[in-house]
Design a protein around this ligand. Structure first.
Ligand SMILES: [Zn+2]
Length: 120
């Protein structure tokens, strides 16, 4: 899966909300192109976790969802065990590492039941 067309948007979002975690989605629009949907991180601990509001989750359920992305402020570019456990099966998990306010290249991992099992 090639996310290069949306990488700059993901990095910009991650840098804008640093040192908190950003959260959003990559969806496929009617013409088949990837589009970014930025959401608000409603977690009570936004520097360490991300959470979508119930309303945004409903909005997302009506989209052609390809990936959920979030950032790791001064953390790893790899999804945490919790990220994997929360992942929407059949979608990609994109993690944007941000060091000192500067975003790096996002990592991409496909969330399937087998993958989640094997990583635990
Ligand atoms: Zn994470």
């Amino acid at each position: 899966m090639d996310f290069s067309s949306v990488t700059a948007q993901l990095k910009a979002h991650a840098e804008r909300v640093y040192p908190e975690e950003c959260v959003g989605a990559v969806v496929r629009n009617a013409s088949g192109a990837l589009e970014v949907r930025e959401f608000q991180n409603v977690s009570p601990e936004p520097r360490r976790r991300f959470l979508l509001s119930a309303r945004d989750t409903l909005v997302l359920a009506q989209e052609d969802l390809v990936a959920i992305y979030h950032s790791h402020p001064d953390g790893s570019d790899q999804p945490s065990p919790e990220d994997l456990a929360q992942a929407w099966e059949g979608t990609w998990i994109l993690v944007v590492p941000v060091r000192g306010g500067v975003a790096g290249q996002p990592s991409a991992r496909f969330a399937s039941r087998e993958r989640i099992r094997s990583s635990s």
